[in-house]
Design a protein around this ligand. Structure first.
Ligand SMILES: N[C@@H](CCC(=O)N[C@@H](CS)C(=O)NCC(=O)O)C(=O)O
Length: 216
């Protein structure tokens, strides 16, 4: 399999697909498209992206674009990897959480764009603070419902992949979750996401790539 991705330091959608693909244990190659360049769209198309965006997964004759579609494809292709829980209700809640991230939180995504090399204390707009409060509420509710340590219980899932870049944004911009309704569980969960071996591997690659001038 081949995963086409953007600069690891910036590309949050790529990270989600990559974390999930790593969890399958299947071998794959990575193809990089340099983001924030005049040629990004054309480079992505040339690499095989129908939409001109990354990530894209190629698996033989199958090309899947869009992070969520890739994750769902991998969950079906590798059922033993346990990327979604076996329980139908838990799976539905996990999908709702992943979809809310995929289609929402526009202010948070716009104002606090992912940059793994960044550390600052940002003042955030009211709409972004509203998004942060919603993330804290969503995390807290699922952690309490399933008992943690991950959103759907004991096993890491696609829902956790979808929120890992969010945890990096909170760290990069110094967002204190206790200022946004957290009584401890959400902050601890954010730290947990940033301690998984898969995330640490991505982060190491990202910082090395950034030091060498980015992907491409
Ligand atoms: N909905 C898409 C969004 C993909 C997306 O926006 N990817 C960004 C990188 S993180 C991209 O390709 N940007 C290139 C551009 O906008 O030219 C997904 O979930 O995969």
């Amino acid at each position: 399999m081949e995963l086409i991705i953007g600069d690891k330091v910036w590309s949050s959608w790529s990270m989600r697909a990559w974390l999930v693909l790593k969890r399958t244990g299947a071998p794959f190659t990575e193809t990089y498209v340099k983001l924030h360049a005049e040629t990004t769209h054309d480079d992505a198309v040339a690499a095989g992206s129908p939409s001109g965006l990354v990530p894209v997964l190629k698996d033989g004759d199958v090309t899947v674009w869009d992070s969520l579609a890739i994750c769902e494809y991998l969950a079906e292709r590798f059922p033993k990897a346990g990327l979604w829980p076996a329980d139908v209700a838990a799976r539905a809640l996990g999908r709702a959480a992943a979809c809310e991230m995929h289609s929402g939180f526009h202010s948070l995504r716009g104002e606090l764009s992912m940059d793994l090399a960044r550390r600052e204390t940002a003042t955030i707009a009211p709409a972004t603070a509203e998004d942060v409060r919603r993330v804290v509420a969503l995390w807290s509710q699922l952690l309490a419902h399933f008992g943690g340590p991950f959103l759907l219980g004991s096993d890491w899932s696609i829902a956790d992949a979808f929120y890992t870049p969010v945890a990096t944004r909170f760290r990069s911009y110094g967002v204190r979750l206790s200022d946004h309704g957290d009584v401890g569980a959400a902050g601890a969960y954010a730290e947990r996401l940033l301690e998984t071996p898969e995330f640490l591997e991505w982060e190491k690659d990202a910082l090395a790539q950034a030091r060498h001038g980015g992907a491409g």
